[in-house]
Design a protein around this ligand. Structure first.
Ligand code: CU
Length: 157
C-alpha cells in the first residue's frame, strides 16, 4: 500500500502515470482492491460457474441431484476471506439474481452452500423450474462482476 500511496502523491500522479505505462495495471489493481474491501470482492477474469447436472431441458423425477462446476476460481467456505474464491448459491425460480455487493438472501429460493459443498439434492414440486448458480464471496455477496451460470429450465415429473 505504501507503493500505491507514494505513486499517487503530489506531482508524480499525472506525469508518473503517463511516463510509465507498464505500472498502470498494477496501480489499478491496487486501487480496486482497496475499494473492494468495503464492497464486493473481485472475481477472476475467467471465472465460470456452470451446471455439471442437470442440463437445460432435462425432465427429471425427485430427488434431483444438482452438481455445481466452477473453473477459474476456487471454493472456500463462507466466512473465510481468500481472494479469488467463493461458495455456491443455487437460485430456484429466481427471476432477477442479486446484484454485486448486495447480500444474497437465504430462503427456499436462494440456497447457500457455505460449507463449500459442490452438489445438493432437491425435491421440487411437479412442473417447470429454473435453476441458476451464483458464486458469493465470504460475506455472501456476488462478486464484481458476478460469477453466475446460465439459467436452466428443468421439468419435474
Ligand atoms: Cu452464501
Amino acid at each position: 500500500m505504501f507503493f500505491a500511496q507514494n505513486r499517487f502523491s503530489g506531482k508524480e500522479r499525472s506525469s508518473g502515470l503517463k511516463r510509465n505505462k507498464a505500472s498502470r495495471p498494477i496501480l489499478c489493481a491496487l486501487a480496486l482492491a482497496g475499494a473492494c474491501l468495503a464492497q464486493a470482492s473481485l472475481a477472476a477474469d475467467k471465472a465460470q460457474v456452470y451446471f455439471i447436472s442437470p442440463q437445460n431441458g432435462d425432465v427429471l423425477s425427485n430427488p434431483i441431484t444438482v452438481k455445481f462446476g466452477l473453473s477459474g476460481m476456487g471454493v472456500a467456505p463462507a466466512g473465510i476471506e481468500v481472494s479469488n474464491t467463493g461458495h455456491h448459491h443455487l437460485l430456484i425460480d429466481v427471476a432477477e439474481p442479486p446484484r454485486a455487493g448486495t447480500t444474497i438472501p437465504a430462503d427456499d429460493r436462494h440456497r447457500h452452500f457455505g460449507g463449500g459443498q459442490t452438489e445438493t439434492t432437491l425435491n421440487l414440486s411437479p412442473g417447470e423450474h429454473t435453476l441458476q448458480l451464483l458464486v458469493g464471496d465470504h460475506l455472501h455477496r456476488p462478486h464484481d462482476t458476478p460469477v453466475m451460470s446460465e439459467k436452466i429450465t428443468i421439468t419435474v415429473k
